[in-house]
Design a protein around this ligand. Structure first.
Ligand code: PDD
Length: 279
């Protein structure tokens, strides 16, 4: 069967899904997106993803009337029930008759959704190397904008240095990864930077904090100085598609004993059990 995608009201084969070169997503990166995992056909934390989508849409002044049920109805035909997948959803400010930075008078958003398999990420069990880099992104990192050039350049710089993720530094503090949220174990306590315009409020991050609270794992949302991160006994990066990934080497130095740590193991077990409990 040809892969079907959703584009502004219709389901069609991926190869037939086309948008105008005047679409503001193409010309300006004027849009937002979501990545929503679905385990064996069950969308994970859909309400939370849609709440974040609505925050992103409000952040770019493009609110949509869709309810959670409307979105679920759009995604459902794209999903298989025999494997782990994710929905990629993108909303742009749509086609405008001419290129102009100001918003067009009439806006018809372009809504695109496709479904892909989640490829197991070996780094999740083996650990990864990471490098700290200056956060060169913009000031509105809480918006899940499709304008990802900053993130892409930072991730590529990490890859070029033989690392799987960049950990981003602002004013001497680490904030998040190029495509992940950041956790550290400092003096036995799990720490993650607080929500602000400097980070994307990750859904995986929320789940981790909920699991920590429910299972008496001491945690705090607090700023983390770069120097403190270098002394952490564990470092993790977390996202919907890779889940919780232990960092075993940072800036060429071993983290802890250079293996995924015990707090990561506990949290990874809790997350896997939580996912299973939902199916
Ligand atoms: N990115 N921070 C950034 C900058 C991200 O791009 C992501 C995820 C996260 C984690 O958010 P969540 O737990 O909701 O996936 C944090 C997705 C996976 C992507 O761009 O493909």
């Amino acid at each position: 069967m040809t892969e079907q995608v959703y584009l502004s009201g219709a389901y069609l084969p991926l190869a037939d899904a086309k948008v105008s070169v005047l679409d503001r997503g193409f010309l300006f990166g004027d849009g937002v997106y979501e990545v929503i995992p679905a385990y064996y056909g069950r969308l994970f934390r859909l309400e939370d993803h849609i709440t974040r989508l609505n925050n992103s849409l409000n952040g770019i002044r493009l609110p949509l009337p869709h309810s959670v049920a409307d979105w679920e109805a759009i995604f459902r035909p794209l999903l298989a029930d025999d494997r782990d997948q994710y929905i990629y959803l993108q909303v742009t400010r749509g086609y405008a008759p001419k290129r102009d930075h100001g918003f067009p008078e009439q806006v018809v958003p372009t809504i695109f959704a496709m479904c892909s398999d989640i490829a197991p990420f070996a780094g999740r069990v083996n650990g990864i190397k990471a490098v700290t880099l200056d956060d060169t992104r913009w000031q509105l990192c809480n918006i899940k904008a499709i304008t990802l050039l900053g993130n892409i350049l930072l991730r590529q710089e990490a890859l070029d240095q033989g690392c799987a993720e960049a950990i981003l530094v602002r004013n001497g503090y680490v904030v998040e990864g190029a495509a992940s949220n950041l956790f550290a174990v400092l003096d036995g306590e799990l720490i993650t930077p607080p929500k602000s315009h400097e980070i994307l409020p990750g859904i995986t991050r929320d789940v981790i904090l909920e699991l920590a609270a429910a299972h008496n794992i001491p945690y705090q949302e607090d700023i983390i100085a770069l120097e403190a991160l270098h002394n952490a006994s564990e470092i993790w990066v977390a996202s919907s598609t890779r889940e919780i990934v232990p960092v075993i080497e940072l800036d060429g130095q071993q983290v802890g004993d250079g293996k995924p740590g015990p707090v990561w193991k506990r949290m990874d077990d809790l997350l896997q059990a939580y996912k299973t409990s939902l199916s």
